[in-house]
Design a protein around this ligand. Structure first.
Ligand SMILES: *Cc1c(COP(=O)(O)O)cnc(C)c1O
Length: 386
């Protein structure tokens, strides 16, 4: 149980070396072993849209665990069917098929495989600054050089266009393109919001050549941006939608949603042992019910608009830009963000970065008004005073 402060970690992987030890959470509060409270302004890296250990999800997991933890996809499972029905019921009617996996990168891998197989074409077009995960297929769509270079050669036939640049789509999306893969708001890449015109242009570019359009909503889905799914800010509907992070309220899950037409053209075989396991599906049902019944997308929209105004009013030339949608907000600094994160942690607020100069805020959508204003005040003090 104990993980003494300062003890070296024997794990490896990004972020595992020096880290704060936390043992318990409730809503937007996270506690260390000594009982010190931290306010989570990063939703445990985008997973905690409903907060830590959301009660309804906890009850669903407990009940399902006692009944049946695992069942492979070769057996029918009522909870799995109910989850798929619940998810599809919240999406436009064109969507009718779901592939279930265990993480965001797996959801993207599936989208890439489905697109190549369904179109018989090789090329995948993603965007500069985009992030889609770290397995080799998804990593090939991810932009950041330092994440890619050590693992080259990556999967061939991936290219990147300028985000929010419709002209680039005209030249790059062609008859060899299987998939155009975009985040409606780029999260890891620095919190950049796609314009409505750009998403429309993406749909048109894909349609022009018969390519498929995928929106990666691993981070923007489940109420984060002020709609249940970020594409719902527009009338644009993609052919594929990738979901993960908050989809099951904190339990690992990934989902690749598509249309019956695309599924019918998909020739290959794809499968995941744990994908769609009863525990994750039970948690997913509870999570989706919670987001809808507690109107958390509406809350994200309201709190996000107020926060944008508030943050844009901070009098400091350290700030280059403030942007975002709903409760996915970015403050781009002229200097490095690491000292600001440390200053906030010292004040009891846990925030995350997106690249080296952007403070990324994505609090649990259930954060109390008081904690959220205290967080914004702490950010202002740390920026103005730092
Ligand atoms: C986090 C993220 C992923 C990768 O998800 P993992 O669960 O870490 O594999 C993919 N796409 C987007 C947009 C993400 O934010």
């Amino acid at each position: 149980m104990s993980d003494p402060a300062g003890a070296p970690s024997r794990e490896f992987g990004e972020g595992t070396r020096a880290r704060l030890s936390l043992v318990r959470g409730e809503g937007a509060s996270l506690y260390d072993a000594a009982g010190r409270r931290f306010v989570d302004l990063g939703a445990t890296h985008g997973v905690g849209n409903l907060g830590a250990s959301p009660p309804r999800v906890v009850r669903a997991i407990q009940a399902q665990a006692a009944q049946l933890i695992h069942l492979g996809s070769g057996y029918a499972s009522p909870v799995r069917t109910a989850f798929v029905d619940k998810l599809l019921g919240l999406l436009p009617p064109s969507f009718g098929r779901v592939f279930l996996s265990n993480s965001g990168t797996e959801a993207v891998e599936a989208a890439i495989k489905i697109a190549r197989s369904a179109t018989g074409r090789p090329k995948i077009v993603a965007a500069r600054r985009g992030f889609h995960g770290r397995t080799l297929g998804a990593l090939s769509a991810t932009w950041r050089r330092e994440l890619r270079t050590p693992f080259e050669p990556l999967v061939p036939e991936f290219s990147h266009v300028g985000y929010n640049d419709p002209d680039d789509l005209e030249t790059e999306v062609d008859e060899r393109t299987a998939l155009l893969l975009l985040e409606p708001v780029q999260g890891e890449g620095g919190v950049h919001v796609a314009t409505r015109e750009y998403l429309r242009a993406a749909r048109a570019a894909a349609d022009r050549v018969g390519a498929l359009l995928a929106f990666d909503e691993v981070q923007t889905g489940i109420g984060r941006t002020g709609r249940l799914f970020a594409f719902q800010h527009t009338e644009v509907v993609p052919d594929l939608l990738t979901l993960a992070k908050s989809l099951a309220g904190g339990v690992p899950i990934g989902a690749t949603v598509t249309t019956p037409e695309v599924e019918a053209r998909f020739q290959g075989s794809h499968h995941s042992t744990f994908g769609g396991n009863p525990l994750a599906c039970a948690a997913g049902i509870a999570a989706l019910e919670t987001v809808v019944e507690e109107h958390l997308a509406e809350r994200a929209e309201r709190l996000g608009e107020l926060a944008l105004d508030r943050l844009r009013g901070i009098p400091s030339d350290r700030i280059r830009d403030v942007r975002g949608l709903g409760l996915l907000l970015g403050i781009e600094l002229r200097d490095r963000v690491a000292p600001l994160l440390a200053a906030l942690e010292a004040k009891g607020f846990l925030a995350i970065s997106a690249g080296s100069t952007v403070l990324r805020l994505l609090p649990p959508l259930v954060i109390s008004d008081d904690d959220w204003s205290a967080g914004l005040r702490a950010i202002e003090e740390a920026i103005v005073g730092g």
